[in-house]
Design a protein around this ligand. Sequence first.
Ligand SMILES: *Cc1c(COP(=O)(O)O)cnc(C)c1O
Length: 396
Amino acid sequence: MTLRNGKEFLMIPGPTNVPDEVLRAMHRPAVDIYEGPLLRTTDACLAGLKRLFRTEGKPYIYISNGHGAWDAALSNTLSRGDKVLVLESGRFALGWGEAAAMSGIEVEVLPGNWRRPVDPAAVAARLTADTSHAIKAVLVVQIDTASGVLNDIRAIRAAIDAAGHPALFMVDCIASLGCVPFEMDAWGVDLALTGSQKGLMAPPGLAFIAAGPRALAAHKTAGLRNSYMDWTFRDGPEHYMKYCGTPPEHMLFAFNRAVELIEEEGLEAVWRRHRLLARATRAAVEVWGRAGTMDLNITVPEARSDSVTVILFNGVDPAPLRAFVKDVCGVTVGGTIGEIAGRGIRIGHMGHVNAAMLLGTLSALDLGLRHLGIPHGTGAVDAALACLTADLAASA
Ligand SMILES: *Cc1c(COP(=O)(O)O)cnc(C)c1O
């Protein structure tokens, strides 16, 4: 017996639901890459990226996923043998560090905890001890999709400044841009990167970098530069040079439409929507958790992300619950990865998500908990509704 026929919900932390309008924007013939409307599409995408990153820095578009943006960030600014400090708070900053190590960069991990954000005081202490300024860059994620943490980028910048350290500050915003506030210039971020397929509501396949003045200066002496990723080549006069070859036309049509949709809603309104849906999700999880079988993975309330909620199960296998909501209800939620693989679920609520989708997902999970006899606090969906009621009244 299933109740699955109907619109399927993809509630994983990327790739995310692509709006029909974005899909439709791709459904057109290929066009000339040397002149004509495609050049305007490129300009619109680049200008949109500056507004999304909130920067006067330089945006670059890559035909890649987020991993490619990691490599592009490193190869354009660093040299073999340089040292970087990776701030651990889950899986993804470590992954960026592993990419750096592959390129011959020396990687030091500032150990963190999967249940807490990066501690800015620990960053300040480590950088203060680096009196010779051997560390050339600090790498961090704003939201780690594996742990569900939101790191305080402004506070980490303040820690770097407090140490008087000149390292470049590079931030992975793959699971946060277009979901939560990010202010590249106001927060003193030297380089930020993201991908098309999470908060930005486009299909996977494009990655974006915004480079501030200090990153662009480092580029001039970077020894890891390579032809395809190179900013200098991409700054060249011909349109094709921006992509180091044929532009990914249909992806650009899609991304351009997605940026328009975000700006029609308003970036601040998008952030607010994410905040309200995330708060409702957390309210539900806290009620389920009263029976002791599950907890929000992140223990620090203000460091729980608004784009993904990671739930850690205690003594209960989450696999049957995930299978139930998928096979019976048509809702796909994520499993956990890395250090907590197999021990919980991840609910993605980023990008093209509305209240009905979120409440439907929570209801399907509630149904699954009942059906499978997994002990849980009752009234979780009611708690989510009460949370939304209060938040909507407060923001009216
Ligand atoms: C998804 C994700 C990545 C990896 O992006 P890919 O497009 O899968 O390469 C990196 N960092 C964070 C924070 C992510 O959420």
